[in-house]
Design a binder for this molecule. Structure first.
Ligand code: CA
Length: 219
């Protein structure tokens, strides 16, 4: 689950990153609006946590441009003070939810879970492929009816591959799904995860496309 956090307050940004990582989110953190808009237009995230008061383009403008470009990604807005006008402006610009600073991290987590549930209810149904069943909402996986335990990155990788059978996914694309920008990619990590998935399910599940990436055949 990849989240973009846009927050120019360093202490708050670090606090949010630290709080969300153990929840299984990959958090990418940017500190100005222009970089955020660029990232949102060129990369894929499941959700954005967006501060409104930002340098180089305020959060409302980022949100307006995102929606004007037809991007329906869930966005939770952070507002600096309990100003009704800020909240209304945020919702008008297309925010799905908002939190007023200071907020409790537990509340942020609960709001994010709710937003993701709603978003997956819309866009990400249960995936079934040759006896494998993935429930994105609860992150439950089974094979021929028996539960299979996967590490977080194995889950992310399997979900990405099974969501697009018949399509070759490049190494770059898959590494982007598994790692945030700040995280160091261990060499051969992708190969190791693929190896584990083949062992936990069946060897022909994931095909290697030499020099390019990986592929799951159409069912
Ligand atoms: Ca700010």
């Amino acid at each position: 689950m990849r989240i973009l956090l846009v927050e120019d307050d360093k202490a708050l940004g670090e606090g949010i990153c630290t709080a969300l990582k153990p929840e299984g989110y990959t958090v990418d953190w940017l500190q100005d609006g222009a970089s955020a808009l660029h990232a949102l237009s060129h990369e894929s995230f499941e959700l954005c946590v967006l501060d409104l008061g930002l340098p180089r383009m305020d959060g409302l403008e980022v949100l307006r441009r995102l929606r004007a470009a037809g991007n329906a990604m869930p966005v939770l807005v952070l507002t600096a003070r309990d100003a009704t006008s800020d909240r209304i402006a945020g919702l008008d610009a297309g925010a799905d939810d908002y939190l007023v600073k200071p907020f409790d991290v537990a509340e942020l987590k609960a709001r994010l879970r709710a937003l993701l549930r709603r978003s997956f209810g819309r866009a990400q149904p249960v995936l079934e492929y040759r006896g494998i069943r993935i429930e994105p909402d609860s992150q439950q996986v089974s094979y021929q009816g028996a539960p299979v335990s996967l590490a977080r990155k194995e889950f992310l990788l399997l979900h990405e591959l099974l969501a697009q059978p018949g399509r070759v996914l490049t190494r770059d694309k898959l590494q982007q799904v598994l790692y945030g920008w700040g995280e160091e990619v261990e060499s051969n990590a992708l190969e190791v995860h693929v190896h584990h998935l083949r062992k936990k399910f069946f060897p022909e599940l994931i095909r290697t496309v030499r020099g390019v990436g990986y592929l799951v055949d159409k069912a």
